[in-house]
Design a protein around this ligand. Structure first.
Ligand code: FES
Length: 492
């Protein structure tokens, strides 16, 4: 009998995004029931699915590792205690099923003997009861002797349940998987969810969430004391617990920039990498016990002893764990920028203060999204894009990057890697040089956008870049009838 799988599990099994399956359902090509898909239906849609070929199976993870250029993650097995608990859970489930089957078997055998007994005692109805007895005998022989082909997707799903746990959030209905040794909080952040938290080390209690169903396990020490009523109601600290079984959690998510408090922390320089003649990447790592909570697209003020401070858009995604990236253009950022370009070294301390700004993704829509970057505007766009990729909820994503200098596409390889790794992503680099004015250059980019992305008018559009390009680009889009409600822009 085919098994019903939750949409996220089904997507994970066959190595496509959840948005891709949602699109299939919307188009009528895939039947779903109550938010679930049967393994039979999945195999009908993907008949060539080869579960032995881990390429398909691992595709989502490869995207994260190769295209996001993150540290290798999620590949480790869960801790042995967690594995043991998960195997125990599966053993219990299996045992339940066996007992259930045993009861059915006893019932059928009892029924058969009762029919025979009645048939012998009832000459009037004997013929019918004999026929029923023969039919039952025939069907039992057929069912028990039939060679059952294993449901390969169900088998793989059972294996996945041991390796990772599925978490659904209430009231938002969003979900994510917990893999390796990740805590609930780490797994949620990697999946692009903006859950409430503070210290991430068991001291503040801000990551409290209520376990509605399922089992969680403590994996890190914590000092915060949950009150007795909280314990009775099932509250847990997400930063110190992992999921043993599939879990439903009640937890609040940040909806807007105003839900994120201002924070100050000291991070260490991990690397300073020159990306082009005019762009440097500053890579910071925050302490394990003090991460920066922010929403993709926001900015932060960076300070360095003796080199003042300056504000920069964060070029990485909140899903990048403790890593923060900033793109520092030559000549910008005052003394701080000067320091980045001339002598900032790995291991030095940088003060991070923020986050700032409300240039964030509208999480309430599942429209296609198109990002339009002008020159250094790529930094906040990169953050938004990586966040969209982690969320996996947009059917299609596009990036148009207009630059005014020949080496302006300073992360071209990354954009091309995204194109290779993601079926639903398209990248269009535009070189704007040779135009008489910034207006003409911006018009060029908008014309290419409208011509080469036919679904632009149904998409949410995010623009970022120097004001000289953003203002005319916005004016042109509005004049072309693009709805203001779906336009978000930031001058950087
Ligand atoms: S984030 Fe502070 S206790 Fe979990």
């Amino acid at each position: 009998m085919p098994q019903q799988l939750a949409l996220s599990r089904a997507a994970r099994l066959i190595g496509v995004s959840r948005a891709a399956l949602q699109k299939r359902i919307k188009d009528g090509g895939l039947h779903s029931f109550d938010g679930t898909i049967s393994t039979e239906e999945l195999l009908r849609l993907y008949p060539d699915l080869d579960l032995e070929d881990s390429g398909l199976f691992e595709q989502t993870r490869k995207i994260k590792e190769e295209a996001f250029r993150r540290r290798i993650m999620d590949r480790t097995l869960p801790a042995k205690e967690v594995l043991a608990e998960r195997l125990f859970e599966q053993g219990m489930e299996l045992n339940d099923l066996r007992q259930h089957l045993q009861r059915y078997h006893t019932l059928v055998v009892g029924l058969q003997s009762r029919i025979r007994e009645l048939s012998g005692n009832s000459p009037a109805g004997g013929v019918a009861l004999d026929q029923l007895d023969q039919w039952l005998e025939r069907e039992l022989r057929h069912v028990l002797g039939e060679e059952q082909k294993p449901d390969s997707l169900a088998v793989m799903d059972a294996m996945l349940k041991v390796m990772s746990a599925h978490v659904s959030l209430q009231p938002s209905g969003r979900d994510f998987f917990v893999e390796g040794n990740d805590t609930l909080l780490e797994a949620a952040l990697k999946a692009g969810l903006a859950l409430n938290y503070g210290c991430s080390s068991g001291n503040c209690g801000l990551c409290k969430a209520r376990v509605i169903s399922g089992q969680v396990m403590k994996t890190r020490h914590y000092d915060y004391v949950l009150s007795d009523p909280e314990k009775q109601q099932g509250y847990t600290l997400m930063c110190c617990h992992t999921a043993v079984s599939d879990v439903v959690l009640e937890a609040l998510e940040a909806k807007s920039a105003s839900d994120i408090p201002k924070q100050q922390l000291t991070a260490r320089v991990k690397a300073v990498t020159q990306l082009s003649d005019s762009m440097m990447m500053l890579h910071l790592r925050t302490p394990r016990s003090h991460r920066l909570r922010f929403l993709a697209g926001q900015s932060a003020t960076l300070g360095h002893a003796g080199a003042g401070s300056a504000e920069f858009p964060i070029a990485s995604c909140p899903c990048n764990d403790r890593d923060l990236q900033f793109h520092v253009e030559r000549g910008l950022g005052g003394a701080f920028g000067e320091r980045v370009w001339n002598g900032m070294k790995p291991g030095e301390n940088v003060t991070v203060y923020g986050p700032w700004g409300d240039y964030i993704l509208n999480e309430d829509t599942q429209n296609n999204v198109i990002f339009v970057a002008f020159d250094r505007g790529f930094a906040p766009i990169k953050s938004l894009l990586e966040h969209s990729m982690a969320r996996e909820s947009n059917e299609e994503m596009g990036l148009v990057w207009g630059t005014s200098t020949p080496d302006g596409h300073y992360m071209n390889n990354l954009c091309r890697a995204w194109t290779d790794a993601l079926e639903n992503f398209r990248y269009l680099p535009v070189f704007m040089a040779g135009r008489d004015s910034a207006e003409a250059a911006a018009a060029d980019v908008v014309d290419r956008l409208l011509a080469e992305f036919p679904k632009t008018r149904q998409a949410d559009l995010y623009l970022a870049g120097p004001e000289i390009y953003i203002a005319p680009a916005m004016a042109q889009l509005l004049a072309a009838g693009f709805p203001k409600s779906r336009l978000t822009a930031m001058a950087v």
